[in-house]
Design a protein around this ligand. Sequence first.
Ligand code: LLP
Length: 401
Amino acid sequence: MADFSALARTYGTPLYVYNFDTITEQFTTLKEAFKARKSLVCFAAKANSNLSVLKHMAKLGAGCDCVSIGEVKRALFAGIPKYKIIFSGVGKRDDEIEEALQNDILMLNLESEEEMKRVEIIASRLGVQARISIRVNPNIDAQTHPYISTGLHENKFGVDIESAKRMYIHAKNATSLDPVGIHFHIGSQITELQPFRDAASVLANLLRNLKALQIDIKFFDVGGGVGIRYDNEITISLYDYAQGIFTALGGLDVTLVCEPGRYLVGNCGYFLTKVLYEKNNGYKRFVIVDGAMNDLIRPSLYGAYHEIEAYGKTMEHTTLCDVVGPVCESGDFFAKSIALPPMEHDDILVLKSAGAYGFTMSSNYNSRTRVAEVAVENGSDRLIRKRESFEDLIALEKEYV
Ligand code: LLP
């Protein structure tokens, strides 16, 4: 895909590299699968909110699904039109609701009656009508990691069908609310088709009931969650995914909205880290690298697998090792018991499928500066986020010392 040694030399390590052509391909496949109906693809910014990534999404015609006013503002700044921006999330502050309404975005996805009350009060104070959608929790098991499963009643997300009906009826009669959408999101990294089919059919039935009550829902939002291949997962076909949703919708006249994050950017991303040295304590071999859990937390947090390539090395004389970073936690690892050849100082390891929930979940733990990000497009590369400096680290504190 790219010359990772050259990129590491030019931009330093650790480093995130994103192939924008892969994003384009993924987006095109998705749009193609949905082409039989009106659709709006709202990229879930939480997966990768770099401004250049969002700008690329805007160019492709995507909208944005945001989970904080910060993400809404990023999307607007990157050129995503306001009428393609959705604001989701289980808890929104008053000031966030106010700013979203002032920015006149497409809709707010609501997750409780209490939240709807706040939106109603704020919209009425501002003298606007808030376009809303309700996230319905269909109580369906997405069969994925418990931390990223959201569609069961035991999860904090959304409302049950009966509460949703009550909320829609209230919203229809409220002057400052305009119920325009219906929404579900049952989890992430889903590799089975059936949970999507089941959820779509539960919501389509509710939608039919709402239409019978003259509640005119225009947007059917199926959330995100389509899984990608990290290892040897068998992923779902986008065509079957779309067909499953179409079947549930039947003749209903709605615009299909989806909120993919990982599907669009997961496999476009690579995390480059350099070997500092090897250490063998007599029990175990450790390859110690300059990247760490603060840069890419998925292995530590979920036990997630990211394929690791010893870049430019032949896989000879391999032995098992743990790949670990410099952070002072035993949980700071990228892989355990993987086979690697003998590694030397400055060798490069490439962690694959790191485009989603990589940089966005990074932190400054251990006062480590956040890494740089690079885009590769049409065979050329460019910096899209500078590596943080020590000055950046202390900028918000130094005046108080
Ligand atoms: N829409 C909503 C309302 C969401 O909560 C999410 C993700 C998405 C869309 C996008 O889901 P995707 O298409 O990316 O599966 N940090 C975890 C993933 C957390 C997902 C949270 N919500 C990870 O690294 O696996």
